[in-house]
Design a protein around this ligand. Structure first.
Ligand SMILES: *[C@@H]1O[C@H](CO)[C@@H](O)[C@H](O)[C@H]1NC(C)=O
Ligand SMILES: *[C@@H]1O[C@H](CO)[C@@H](O)[C@H](O)[C@H]1NC(C)=O
Ligand SMILES: *[C@@H]1O[C@H](CO)[C@@H](O)[C@H](O)[C@H]1NC(C)=O
Ligand SMILES: *[C@@H]1O[C@H](CO)[C@@H](O)[C@H](O)[C@H]1NC(C)=O
Length: 343
């Protein structure tokens, strides 16, 4: 689950403490949704400010492989041997052990891709994540027979962070997420400054010629890396360009909902990279942490704790550059802090 930079915006991932070896396997989970979405898929408030005549119902069962925009769940554990040290899921398991579930957002990766992109909106995409988190608290389908998960932390990247923020507004104090770690996303982000996205069928006809034009993508991922070319591997960018995925128009435009106040009562941490070309470069390198903490924190008046962190040197894809190990240390510190809240 995560935001947008069009970026990778989404990648949610839930981390929980369990006693187990660090094995990893894919699971496909059918999840039923029945939600109201705006008839206009570009509605910036995702229907939160609409009246009944401006909404329509989406009821369907989607398969979810539990990632930001133009990315998939692989963001949390890139599939190339050379880059094994970029796997947060492996890192956190070794450190915790903490269990992770990296989810493909509706429309991306191995999750269902509705034929009509206007069915992929924040209300539908979040309802799936919310139900999945509730399911994890009642049934351990990752390790059948083992105890269920008590603490679930939602990790978002980019558009994924926007999606989790929207969900925190919808669910408020009833959220199944005990804490949120929101990376590479600012509520004050001006979405008109985001990088350009193009209909996926024009970006890569070989893969996406038959898709509804409301599914967008991007061929060049270099903007998601720092400006300093010695701080990341150029081969990582090539890999991104090859395995990049699609997202709907709504997953970009509805990120504006994050500028609304949230009644969420769990704990929240926001992390941005000082060299994030979408968020911080052009915004004073996000150097004024006090001002950012005040501006971003003001939207979360009911939370248990709020922390704003700037990772020096990191780009938008803070998991994929040479500062990733430091980023992962921060993530694990937060997971430990949030788990301690619950015990
Ligand atoms: C709903 O909102 C639209 C657009 O703002 C408006 O044109 C319409 O009259 C409203 N309908 C009702 C039933 O309030
Ligand atoms: C997608 O669904 C919307 C809402 O039902 C509808 O207005 C639109 O025509 C559909 N688009 C296509 C290509 O079927
Ligand atoms: C967002 O950016 C655009 C283009 O730079 C600018 O015209 C607009 O005023 C900005 N909006 C806000 C709310 O800052
Ligand atoms: C991963 O390993 C490569 C090759 O050893 C190294 O150049 C790179 O800095 C490492 N990245 C991280 C995040 O540790």
């Amino acid at each position: 689950m995560l935001l947008y930079a069009l970026a990778a915006l989404l990648l949610p991932l839930s981390s929980i403490r369990v006693e187990a070896s660090c094995a990893c396997s894919p699971v496909v989970i059918p999840v039923h949704v029945n939600v109201l979405v705006p008839k206009d898929p570009t509605d910036p408030f995702a229907g939160l400010k609409s009246n009944a005549s401006e909404l329509r119902r989406v009821e369907d069962t989607y398969d979810l492989l539990v990632h930001g925009f133009s990315y998939t769940s692989q963001y949390w554990s890139p599939p190339v041997e050379e880059f094994r040290n970029y796997s947060y899921t492996a890192f956190s398991c070794a450190q915790g052990p903490y269990s992770s579930l990296a989810v493909d957002v509706l429309g991306a990766g191995l999750s269902s891709r509705p034929a009509n992109s206007s069915d992929v909106q924040f209300p539908t995409a979040y309802a799936l994540l919310s139900q999945l988190a509730r399911l994890l608290k009642s049934t351990n389908f990752i390790l059948p027979g083992a105890q269920t998960f008590k603490t679930i932390i939602g990790f978002g990247h980019s558009a994924g962070s926007g999606l989790l923020t929207f969900g925190s507004i919808v669910d408020g104090k009833n959220s199944p997420f005990d804490a949120l770690v929101l990376t590479s996303f600012l509520a004050t982000l001006n979405i008109s400054t985001l990088p350009t996205l193009t209909s996926a069928r024009d970006v890569d006809p070989l893969r996406w010629a038959s898709l509804d034009p409301g599914y967008l993508s991007r061929g060049d991922h270099s903007i998601f890396y720092p400006t300093d070319p010695t701080s990341f591997s150029s081969r990582m960018v090539l890999l991104d360009d090859l395995v990049g995925d699609v997202g709907s128009v709504s997953l970009v435009s509805q990120a504006s909902t994050a500028a609304l106040m949230s009644g969420y009562t769990g704990a929240v941490a926001k992390i941005v990279g000082s060299a994030d070309q979408i968020i911080c470069v052009g915004n004073g390198g996000c150097e004024d942490v006090t001002a950012l903490t005040a501006a971003e924190g003001a939207l979360w008046p009911a939370v248990k704790s709020f922390e704003f962190i700037v990772s020096q040197g990191s780009g938008h894809d803070m998991n994929l550059d040479f500062f990733a190990d430091r980023t992962f240390d921060t993530f694990v510190r937060l997971v430990k802090k949030f788990s301690d809240f619950e015990t």
